[in-house]
Design a protein around this ligand. Sequence first.
Ligand SMILES: [Zn+2]
Length: 330
Amino acid sequence: MQTFHELEQTQSVIATILRNSLQTNRINHAYIFTGDYEPLLLEAAQLFAKSLFCERRDQIEPCQVCRSCRRMDSGNLVDYYQIEPDGATIKKEQIQQLMHDLSLRGLEGDRQIYVVTQSHKMTPQAANSLLKFFEEPGAGKVAILITNQPQLLLPTIRSRGQLLSFRPADRLLIGQVLSEKTGRDNELTQLAARVYPKIEDAEQALVEDWFVNARVSVVQLMEELANRPADLPLFVQEKWMSQFKNRQDARIGLELVTCFFEDVLHLKLNPSWETITYANSRPLLEQMGGKSQTTITRWLQAVLAAVKRIEANVNPQLTVERLMFDLQKG
Ligand SMILES: [Zn+2]
């Protein structure tokens, strides 16, 4: 993301707030960027920093060609600092080192910007060190804390920063990014992006064979439903329960089924629908689309109800058995 114009396409509120800050030159000393997709938050933070450092800023957009813009692009801008977890946590020593570096004053200008990625991973000691600094930040210093779990930040930290909540990222886009990162096929990455709320979990799932097999089981279940509905209970007993053992797995399995029914419905309502998730199962989707819209909607409602039961701690096996009964009724 190189421009605010780009940011505005998906995050208009955030873009407007940052635009106002830049235009009025009222820059806070601490921001908290929160949203479900950290890479996007980091890109937005870097864009904001680039504009703040730019020597020939046009309104709010960085010029992209001045010395600061070029240094920002190459990661060589000395007054821009970025820290990330060292292992599982961000440690007190890391924050202290950062504070020490910042205390050496702006090396090139009167502004210093530091970004803390996955800031919820600060240890309590690290957070307390940062907090002390927040209380007396000094002129020209801007903190941007990035997190997808703002509830884990110390309340005292949260209350001192301006919280900017990004809209959920576009799952289609995330699927593409995951596909590039993991080398898995597009259908699988789209599914992972849809059923895992957290991107890290989706990425983790994609490197494991379990998720590949989960998709296979879902398609098999749908084939049973389409061709041999009377055999559904047997299939669940012999195959489904061994794939989706615990509550978390059961939820993922049912979310995958939800995606399938959504595809069936989309194709039924609009045969030229492009963005189906189970693209490799198109013949089966079309076959099931031969059912009435009422039946498909009932299927969808039944599986959504099952997801709710799982979340309400009902036994997964009972939940799935009841779902099969509901699906058979059609
Ligand atoms: Zn510039």
